[in-house]
Design a protein around this ligand. Structure first.
Ligand SMILES: NC(=O)c1ccc[n+]([C@@H]2O[C@H](COP(=O)([O-])OP(=O)(O)OC[C@H]3O[C@@H](n4cnc5c(N)ncnc54)[C@H](OP(=O)(O)O)[C@@H]3O)[C@@H](O)[C@H]2O)c1
Length: 239
């Protein structure tokens, strides 16, 4: 039985992935902080076991992730907070960077000696860093750092036989986005996100971005000259 370890399995995309892999006969190591939601998830399948820890803690991550020996690691846990009125809130930025960037780093530091040729590491980033959106200084920077880290790590780990993939969703309907008070174009359901991610992983893709049309639009906008990009993005700044 193959083992897939998923962080952020207590909610949203991670919970969807956990259910999907468990239904396909994988042993799922479901990670998160919320004991009651993870217990509910575990009750859905005998294939699911649970590890409770806060991945912003390096020691906590190392202790919780001992002896997992996963075939696949999906680092999905994350958070999103936006700056208001351009006020640089150092506490907020630290929280977001510690969760979205250093959290996955802590997990990989703990797991690296357990991975073997044929293992697959998947980092869930975001399309949010493809353009410098207003208010997304913290979230965009954290996901840009994560994607950069993944693309660099792939070069070092591929020769060891370890694949590294990056997942870049657009908007997905989860508790994370339900608190947003702005329009979220081309939003997809968790089910659609899981299908897109699993299809991409099955094809061995290094970069999985969905929904495709929205991603294409952002890529086109990001290739515009800087002055045109700025003119468009400035229209999104709140008064
Ligand atoms: N939803 C979207 O539109 C969207 C778009 C692009 C990228 N993403 C990325 O997709 C990933 C999943 O997002 P989601 O929408 O499914 O969010 P979600 O429903 O809010 O789930 C977030 C998950 O992350 C876990 N988590 C957060 N901080 C943690 C910490 N310090 N230690 C351990 N676990 C922690 C939570 O665990 P507990 O609840 O147990 O604390 C929860 O399981 C995130 O990385 C997010 O940035 C989402």
């Amino acid at each position: 039985m193959k083992t897939v370890l998923i962080t952020g399995a207590s909610s949203g995309i991670g919970a969807g992935l956990a259910n999907s892999f468990a239904a396909d006969g994988y042993h799922v190591i479901a990670c998160g902080r919320d004991p009651s939601r993870l217990e509910t998830l575990q009750q859905l399948s005998p294939n699911i076991s649970v590890r409770l820890f806060d991945m912003t803690g390096r020691d906590a991550s190392r202790q919780a992730l001992a002896d997992c020996h996963p075939d696949m690691v999906i680092l999905c846990a994350g958070t999103c907070e936006y700056l208001d009125h351009g006020v640089v809130d150092a506490d907020l930025i630290e929280r977001v960077m510690r969760t979205n960037f250093l959290g996955p780093v802590n997990c990989l530091a703990a797991l690296q000696t357990q991975l073997k040729p044929g293992s697959h590491v998947v980092l869930v980033s975001s399309m949010a860093h493809w353009l410098p959106f207003p208010r997304a200084e913290a979230y965009g920077a954290s996901k840009a750092a994560l994607s950069w880290f993944a693309d660099s790590l792939r070069l070092d780990w591929e020769p060891k036989g370890i694949a590294v993939s990056v997942v870049s969703p657009g908007f997905v309907d989860t508790p994370l986005t339900r608190k947003n008070d702005f329009a979220m174009p081309a939003q997809v359901s968790v089910g659609q996100a899981v299908t897109a991610i699993r299809r991409g992983l099955a094809k061995g893709k290094k970069h999985i971005a969905f929904p495709g049309a929205f991603g294409l639009l952002l890529r086109l906008l990001s290739s515009l000259p800087a002055f045109m990009q700025r003119a468009l993005l400035r229209r999104m700044v709140r008064p």
